[in-house]
Design a protein around this ligand. Structure first.
Ligand SMILES: Nc1nc2c(ncn2[C@@H]2O[C@H](COP(=O)(O)OP(=O)(O)OP(=O)(O)O)[C@@H](O)[C@H]2O)c(=O)[nH]1
Ligand SMILES: [Mg+2]
Length: 315
């Protein structure tokens, strides 16, 4: 199965939701005039898909003022525009990190450095996402390491170890209940010494309370910088699409403690509200790096707005 197939399959619930709210996705409606009734249907559909009020209003405006004769094309333009954070669209290659020369197909997701800290609340898919990312970057010819920075939950380290064994990726472990910052420090030092291309740092999703978790994440972030100046170059938050607006509110809190450089949205296959990607980009102001549409390794791929919108509006 190609990624296009997986993506279309994964977005099936959201697409069905759009279709249910409005028949505008049908082929025969392509030449619909932009009359009030159609626009009302479109508005309902976008709101039901969790696109949110402000973005929906902008999309409607954009569709109405579009010079495209075709409603679908106008809608597609408007959605793609909403999915690109300001200043992120069509970046040139000048910021490429020197190690990143894709061996397979060009990847649009080049981390700005060598360490990516992966954060998010428990159960969103952090650990499995790290495994999938590891595989992705290895397929692109990169060397990868993992750090088991979730020392709070019993078995979290073991889960990452299993993935490491399966993929042939070294995993830096700490003691259960030990200091995650110590694990992160060891891992970042070790990555630097070995010259490994990419270190992915797993973190706890839950501690005794939220305040402790934020402090812990800040500490992990700080000590990585002590081990290797300028790192972590990236902090990616994993968001479970099924949690919708709740997940977005959590992300805002995280973003206040540890500024995010990107988001990975998982479990789009489990929700009809895939429109949540739009408020995520809008309200966090960071790009979506990868999206997940299932549990298989190939179900996580770099996010591409045009590809996403095409799959969403496919007939
Ligand atoms: N359907 C579906 N399931 C997914 C996706 N991504 C991850 N999962 C599943 O989500 C579950 C939780 O994943 P984990 O990686 O353990 O989540 P976590 O954030 O590390 O959880 P904690 O370590 O408990 O905080 C697993 O069963 C994954 O297979 C996805 O895109 N779609
Ligand atoms: Mg985990």
């Amino acid at each position: 199965m190609t990624w296009a197939d997986r993506l279309r399959g994964g977005l099936q619930k959201t697409r069905a939701q759009l279709n249910q709210n409005a028949g505008f996705l049908g082929r025969d409606l392509r030449s619909y005039a932009r009359n009030a009734e159609v626009l009302e249907d479109l508005e309902m559909a976008l709101l039901a898909a969790d696109v949110g009020g402000p973005a929906t209003a902008e999309i409607l405006e954009s569709v109405q003022s579009s010079r495209r004769p075709d409603l679908l094309a106008a809608l597609s333009d408007a959605l793609i525009e909403q999915l690109q954070p300001p200043g992120q669209a069509e970046e040139d290659d000048s910021g490429l990190s020197p190690w990143f020369q894709p061996a397979v197909t060009p990847s649009p997701v080049q981390p700005a450095g060598h360490v990516v800290m992966v954060i998010g609340v428990n159960g969103v898919g952090k650990t499995t996402t790290i495994a999938k990312l590891g595989q992705h970057y290895m397929e692109h010819g990169k060397s990868v390491m993992f750090a088991a920075g979730d020392t709070f939950r019993a078995a979290a380290g073991a889960q990452l170890e299993v993935w490491g064994d399966r993929l042939g990726v070294p995993v830096i472990q700490g003691r259960e209940g030990g200091d995650p910052a110590a694990v992160a420090f060891d891992a970042a030092s070790s990555r630097k010494a070995r010259g490994t291309d990419l270190l992915l740092v797993d973190t706890a999703g839950r501690l005794h309370n939220q305040h402790n978790l934020m402090q812990e994440l800040q500490k992990v972030h700080r000590v990585i910088g002590k081990a290797d100046e300028g790192e972590p170059a990236e902090v990616w938050m994993v968001l479970d699409a099924v949690t919708g607006q709740n997940g977005l509110q959590q992300a805002k809190k995280f973003n206040e403690s540890v500024p995010l450089s990107g988001v990975v949205v998982t479990k789009l296959d489990g929700t009809a509200k895939g429109g949540i990607l739009i408020p995520i980009v809008r309200e966090l102001g960071v790009p979506i790096k990868f999206i997940g549409v299932g549990e298989q390794a190939d179900d996580l791929q770099p996010f591409n707005a045009a590809e996403f919108v095409e799959a969403l509006l496919a007939e």
